[in-house]
Ligand binder design. Structure first.
Ligand code: NOJ
Length: 571
C-alpha cells in the first residue's frame, strides 16, 4: 500500500452539539509550579484562583489539576496519604472550594487527578499494613495488608522478591518490610517508588472506598477526573513473573507478551461503575484515563460508551514529527476511536515528558520514552524547537476531538535543560543513581511577569522549589500578552478560532494534494489545516489565511518549513 494512501484513509464526520468533553480544550495545571500566593516557593490553590482569569482569556474550556491532596510529596503528590483533604502546602478544602467557584464563574470546568493504583506509604491503610493491623473501610474491619500486595519472598529465607517485576522509576518493584521483631518479613509491591505501594484492586473494599472518594469530590462540584495509571490497577492473578526478563514491566512496550501488570480485563467493570456514578450527577461530568494502552484499537476499549469519556492519545504524543508517522497515527486514531464513538484526545505535552519546544529542537526520541534533558545531554536548538512546536500545536488544535495543553506551552516555554543535580526531585533521578535525569525540567515554576520578585511573578518572594533558568524571563506572560507574533497570542488566536469555527466538533478528511512526505493537510469543515515538513516553500491553495504558526514570517501565499496555516474557504 502506498505510504500516503488517502483513498483508504478514514474520514471523520462532524458531531456538532455534543458533550463538552468530546471537543473541549483542557489546560493542565501543575499546582506546585503554576502560581504561588503565599510565597513559600510552591504553587498553591490560592495562586491558581488568582490567575484563572488568564486561562479564561486564553480560551480553554477546562482545567485539570495535578494532585494537591495530602501527601509526603515523594512523587510530587502522586503519592497520596489522604484522598479527601488538601495538603497544607497547597491550602485547605476551603481554598479548593473558592478556586472551584471562581473557575465555574469564569466558565471553566475543573477536572482533578485521581490516583487509584497506589497510595503513599504514609496513608493510614499502609501504616496499619506495616504492623499487620486492621483498618476500618466502609464500616467493616479488615486486615490492612489485604488492601495491598504483600507476599513472602522467594529463596531459602525469602530474601528474593516474590517475582521479577521492576519499578518504572528504576530498581525492583518490591520492597521488604521488617516484622514486629525487627526481622526481615514480607515484601510489598510498588510499580513506582517504594513510597507508593500498589493497592489490591481485586479487594472489593478498595473498590468501594474509591467510589466514596469519587462522591466526595463530585459532591463538592468537580466536573470530573483525570485518572492516573488506570491500566496498572488490576494485576494478573497470582502475580506471575513478567515474560520479558530484561524489562520485566519497567514501562509498557507495545506488543510485549502478556504483561501481567498492564491492562488486565478486570478493570473494566470498575470503570463502568465510575462512569455510572459520574452520570448520576448533573452537568456532563467526565473522566479521562491516563491509559497507556497501545495499539489504539486496544485503548479504544477503555472509551467504550460506558467507560472513560476520554483517554490521552499517547500514539499522537509519541509521534515522531514527520508526515508519514503522523499520517499513520492520525488514521489509526480516527479508526480506533470512531469505532467506539469516542473522541480522540490529542496531546503533545504533560508533566512527565520533555516540553515539545525542546523535544522538537533535538533528537530526543519518543516523548514517553525520553527522560529529561540534563546539563550533560546534547542541548536542544531553541529556535528550531519553538518553530516546530508552534507548528505542531496549530496542527493539533485544528483536529476534531478534545485536546490537552500543559501549563507553559502557551508561552513556548522550553525545558529547563541545565538544572543542577542538587535541585533534582523526581524519584527517577535517585532510583537510577542519576543515570536518568527525570522529569523535573518540565515542571519548573511558570514565569508571569518578567523580573517580578526574582521568580518572574510566580510569587513575590523569589522562592521556587525548582529554580527557573535565566531564559524564562524572556518567556514571561507579560512579555507576550498583546504582542503580535508571540506564542501566547498564537495560542489565544487558535483557541478562539477553534471555538468560533467549531473545529473541535468538526470533521476530518485528508487533502489528497497536500498529503506527502513534505506536507500534510486536512480539511475540517470549511477550514484547511496544512503543515510543511519539508525544507522548501509550499504553495498554498486559495483561501483566507486565518491562522499562521509563524506570524510575521509569512511570505505571500506560501508555507515556510515547519509552518502550519489554517485557511478558511469561502463557500
Ligand atoms: C503518572 C503520572 O503522570 C506521573 O507523574 C506519576 O509519577 C506516575 N503516574 C505515578 O503516579
Amino acid at each position: 500500500m502506498p505510504k500516503f494512501d488517502v483513498t483508504t484513509a478514514p474520514r471523520h464526520e462532524a458531531k456538532v452539539g455534543n458533550q463538552w468533553w468530546r471537543s473541549g480544550v483542557i489546560y493542565q495545571i501543575y499546582p506546585r509550579s503554576f502560581a504561588d500566593a503565599n510565597g513559600d516557593g510552591i504553587g498553591d490553590l490560592a495562586g491558581i484562583r488568582s490567575r484563572l482569569g488568564s486561562l479564561a482569556a486564553l480560551g480553554v474550556d477546562a482545567v485539570w489539576l495535578s494532585p494537591f491532596y495530602r501527601s509526603p510529596q515523594k512523587d510530587a503528590g502522586y503519592d497520596v496519604s489522604d484522598y479527601c483533604d488538601v495538603d497544607p502546602l497547597f491550602g485547605t478544602l476551603d481554598d479548593f472550594d473558592a478556586m472551584l467557584t471562581a473557575a465555574h464563574s469564569l466558565g471553566l470546568k475543573v477536572l482533578i487527578d485521581l490516583v487509584p493504583n497506589h497510595t503513599s506509604d504514609q496513608h493510614k491503610w499502609f501504616q496499619a499494613a506495616l504492623t499487620g493491623g486492621l483498618v476500618e473501610v466502609g464500616g467493616a474491619k479488615l486486615a490492612a495488608r489485604d488492601l495491598y500486595h504483600f507476599k513472602p519472598g522467594r529463596g531459602v529465607a525469602g530474601e528474593l522478591p516474590p517475582n521479577n517485576w521492576l519499578s518504572l522509576f528504576g530498581g525492583p518493584a518490591w520492597s521488604r518490610i521488617r516484622d514486629e521483631n525487627g526481622e526481615p518479613g514480607d515484601w510489598y509491591l510498588h510499580l513506582f517508588d517504594s513510597s507508593q505501594p500498589d493497592l489490591n484492586w481485586a479487594n472489593p473494599a478498595v473498590q468501594a472506598a474509591f467510589e466514596e472518594i469519587l462522591h466526595f469530590w463530585l459532591d463538592r462540584g468537580v466536573d470530573g477526573f483525570r485518572v492516573d495509571q488506570p491500566h496498572a490497577m488490576a494485576k494478573a492473578a497470582g502475580l506471575p513473573d513478567h515474560p520479558d526478563v530484561e524489562r520485566a514491566g519497567a514501562g509498557f512496550i507495545e506488543g510485549e507478551a502478556a504483561p501481567p501488570m498492564w491492562f488486565q480485563p478486570e478493570v473494566h467493570p470498575i470503570f463502568r461503575r465510575w462512569r455510572a456514578i459520574l452520570e448520576s450527577y448533573p452537568g456532563e461530568r467526565a473522566m479521562c484515563g491516563e491509559a497507556y494502552v497501545l495499539p489504539l484499537s486496544l485503548m479504544a476499549q477503555w472509551v467504550r460508551p460506558d467507560e472513560f469519556n476520554q483517554t490521552f492519545n499517547f500514539r499522537f504524543l509519541d509521534s515522531e514529527w514527520n508526515a508519514a508517522t503522523l499520517f499513520a497515527n492520525i488514521n489509526e486514531s480516527f479508526e480506533a476511536f470512531d469505532a467506539v464513538g469516542a473522541p480522540s484526545t490529542w496531546v503533545l505535552n504533560n508533566h512527565d515528558v520533555i516540553r515539545h519546544a525542546s523535544r522538537f529542537g533535538g533528537n530526543y526520541g519518543r516523548a514517553t520514552a525520553s527522560d529529561g534533558i540534563g546539563p550533560n545531554s546534547p542541548q536542544p536548538n531553541a529556535a528550531t524547537g519553538l518553530r516546530k512546536a508552534r507548528g505542531a500545536t496549530m496542527f493539533m488544535l485544528g483536529l476534531p476531538g478534545a485536546s490537552y495543553i500543559y501549563q507553559g506551552e502557551e508561552l513556548g516555554l522550553p525545558e529547563h535543560t541545565t538544572l543542577a543535580e542538587v535541585f533534582r526531585q523526581d524519584p527517577t533521578f535517585a532510583r537510577t543513581g542519576g543515570e536518568r535525569v527525570g522529569r523535573d525540567g518540565c515542571r519548573v515554576p511558570l514565569p508571569w511577569e518578567a523580573g517580578a520578585g526574582d521568580a518572574n511573578g510566580f510569587n513575590q518572594t523569589g522562592e521556587a522549589w525548582l529554580p527557573q533558568p535565566e531564559i524564562y524571563r524572556a518567556y514571561s506572560r507579560d512579555q507576550q500578552d498583546g504582542v503580535a507574533g508571540s506564542t501566547l497570542e498564537l495560542y489565544k488566536q487558535a483557541l478562539h478560532l477553534r471555538r468560533n469555527l467549531r473545529l473541535g466538533e468538526g470533521s476530518f478528511a485528508w487533502l489528497p494534494e497536500f498529503t506527502r512526505d513534505e506536507v500534510l493537510g486536512y480539511r475540517n469543515g470549511d477550514v484547511l489545516v496544512i503543515h510543511n515538513f519539508g525544507n522548501a516553500q509550499v504553495t498554498l491553495p486559495a483561501g483566507e489565511v486565518v491562522l499562521s504558526s509563524l506570524l510575521g514570517m509569512q511570505t505571500g501565499h506560501s508555507l515556510a518549513p515547519d509552518q502550519t496555516v489554517w485557511l478558511k474557504l469561502h463557500t
